[in-house]
Design a protein around this ligand. Structure first.
Ligand code: F6P
Length: 405
């Protein structure tokens, strides 16, 4: 018999707890698995031996259902970059000690490309010290920027939120007779997937978003102003979707970086709002969707949440087959009917790399998304969650805050 451990890492999503449920449920079925530990705050919990016994935390099927519909990371998260183990072995020794003390034979890390760096380094290190702990990565990120996998759990729900919210903003923006511009800032770091997904509104006959700017194309303020003027000549209310990661002058963002050296991106919408006000002079608003786009599980995609659970379970099967240093990934078989299968890839091929929006998805002017790209986005946002509510509000599963750091 062996125990297993699972941790969640990086930016939250609506689907990361569903993957945790997938790991938990699949491990419960395995007669060779005894305790299922949850590591608090990602890899930090493994370093500090700060683990919870998940069987005493998730007691019933109703608990699992609730956890599945709960956004964010129930076990907490981290943005912790492991050093190169050839140069600094201290934290690796601590992690290996936790593995040995707790008799852990497999470790599952649910995270994005930075977290897959951890999967890669840990699996290499354990092989080097001949410690038999399988390390498997389970993907997630609203940014959808992981290589090899067709898409990442969390993205579909975020895309559904973005499109639904922009649809509602469109209705609100057209009420007055005066011209207006509404700029919606969308997350995604250096990849424009989430911003581009707002184009699904075009399939509903909406002309909005009239302009879509993604980091894959160079951004020019002059072209932006001329685009906005042109759209204002055709539409009373112009809706603009802009990625948080487009190039902007120094000073617009805080300049702060996380442990992986990623800039904290925020403020492009407000910056463009001020420019439109001073240069064009019409009514203008900016809306930063901020964390709502990654935690609004009331608008979660059933496809996304179901797939997140399935890929978590597939991770457990992958480890029990004896694999290590692998990531479970989606391979799309067809758009319609939408079919995917789950495969594995090497963590070393995914860690620290980014997958960008295909160039052909972006129009030649670099200010909108071509219609055929919607075939990619559309299946990922389908289906609604049948949420358990209390007092009219979706219920969440939470562990006591004193357990988290
Ligand atoms: O990587 C996911 C993400 O939500 C990005 O879209 C965003 O730029 C970043 O995380 C925000 O970081 P934090 O969670 O530290 O606010």
């Amino acid at each position: 018999m062996m125990n297993i451990a699972v941790a969640q890492s990086g930016g939250p999503t609506c689907a990361i707890n569903a993957s945790l449920v997938g790991v938990f449920k699949e491990a419960l079925k395995e007669s060779t698995v005894d305790a299922i530990f949850g590591s608090i705050n990602g890899i930090e919990g493994m370093i500090d031996n700060h683990l919870v016994d998940m069987k005493s935390m998730i007691l019933t099927n109703a608990d699992m259902e609730l956890l599945r519909q709960t956004p964010s990371t129930v076990l907490g998260s981290c943005r912790y970059k492991l050093p190169d183990w050839h140069e600094d072995e201290d934290v690796y020794i601590k992690i290996a000690n936790t593995m040995k003390q707790r008799n852990i034979g497999a470790f599952f890390y649910i995270g994005g490309n930075d977290s897959m760096d951890t999967v890669n380094k840990l699996s290499e290190y354990f092989a080097n010290i001949e410690l038999d702990v399988k390390v498997i990565g389970i993907p997630k990120t609203i940014d959808n920027d992981l290589c090899i996998t067709d898409h990442t759990p969390g993205f579909g729900s975020a895309a559904k939120y973005v499109a639904t919210t922009m649809h509602e903003i469109t209705r609100d923006s057209i009420v007055y007779s005066i011209p207006s511009v509404t700029i919606v800032e969308i997350m995604g770091r250096h990849a424009g997937w989430l911003t581009a997904s707002s184009a699904v509104l075009h399939a509903m006959g909406e002309t909005a978003p009239h302009l879509i700017y993604v980091p894959e194309r160079a951004f020019s303020l002059d072209s932006f102003l001329s685009d906005v003027r042109q759209e204002l000549s055709k539409h009373k209310a112009v809706i603009v979707a802009v990625s948080e990661g487009i190039e902007v002058p120094e000073g617009v963002q805080s300049g702060l970086v996380d442990n992986f050296g990623h800039k904290y991106l925020s403020g492009i919408g407000k910056y463009l709002e001020d420019i439109v006000r001073s240069e064009i002079g019409c009514k203008v608003r900016s809306i930063e969707l901020n964390v709502m786009q990654r935690c609004s599980s009331h608008l979660g995609s059933k496809t996304d949440i179901d797939e997140a659970e399935e890929i978590g379970a597939a991770g457990v099967r992958c480890a029990l087959k004896g694999n290590t240093g692998k990531i479970v990934v989606f391979k799309r078989i067809s758009d319609a009917p939408y079919t995917v299968k789950i495969e594995t890839a090497n963590a070393s091929d995914i860690a620290n790399k980014e997958k960008f929006l295909p160039d052909e998805y972006i129009n030649s002017a670099g200010n909108n998304i071509r219609d055929f790209a919607l075939d990619y986005f559309m299946p990922l946002i389908q289906g609604d969650l049948n949420l358990v509510t209390e007092h009219g509000i979706p219920k969440h599963f939470a562990i006591h805050e004193s357990v988290l750091k």
